[in-house]
Design a protein around this ligand. Structure first.
Ligand SMILES: [Zn+2]
Length: 203
């Protein structure tokens, strides 16, 4: 007798999530709290020499997974903070679908991460700074308002945006300064040889 195959996708073994706070001040405090946790992850990325972006996944008012940007170290273009956090969260939940989860990320998600967020069927995403170069939540395109897609995730931006954006500005500013210094050092002529005291022709 063959064993029945497990249901696919497996059912969520979870309690119902707590209701989100309705009071705007409480909701803002909650968003800031989780964004600060995402910023801690961004600092880990920065310490590893990566662009400082961090993310956390929240279920039932608990952080169940964290991730930070790691494409250089892991030699993986998909190793964005959101992807790292989503992969870890799916292992915790035991299901790639996570409709009861929220994701907090310090930078507006790109198209790849927005796609993964929609495949994961997250219920809500909060980001910090906007990304005018690759943002897919309104800055370049908006994948969160495509009614034709099979799932819609609500999204909000601008939480601790100044703090999240400043961390990126500081990182890129320091990197530009280091590159400029390296270029200047490469352009400097080799230091002149010190006059040889034993061959002083003016004697
Ligand atoms: Zn991304």
């Amino acid at each position: 007798m063959t064993r029945p195959s497990p249901p696919f996708p497996p059912p969520l073994p979870l309690r119902a999530p707590r209701a989100l706070p309705e009071d705007p001040a409480q909701a803002a405090e909650r968003d800031a709290r989780y964004m600060r946790a995402a910023l801690e992850e961004a600092r880990l990325a920065e310490a590893a020499g990566e662009v400082p972006v961090g993310a956390v996944v929240v279920w039932n008012d608990t952080i169940i997974a964290r991730g930070h940007n790691l494409p250089i170290r892991s030699v993986d273009p998909s190793a964005h903070a959101e992807m790292q956090a989503l992969r870890a969260a799916a292992q915790v939940i035991g299901n790639y679908r996570m409709p009861e989860c929220e994701l907090y990320v310090t930078l507006e998600p790109c198209a790849m991460c927005s796609g993964a967020i929609l495949h994961a069927r997250l219920r809500h995403v909060v980001f910090g700074a906007s990304d005018p170069k690759t943002g897919a939540a309104g800055s370049v395109v908006n994948l969160f308002e495509q009614a034709q897609l099979n799932h819609q995730t609500s999204i909000a931006g601008g939480v601790l945006a100044d703090h999240c954006g400043q961390m990126l500005k500081d990182f890129f500013g320091a990197r530009r300064r280091a590159q400029k210094a390296a270029q200047q050092a490469a352009r400097q002529p080799a230091p002149a040889a010190a006059p040889d005291q034993n061959h002083d022709t003016e004697a």
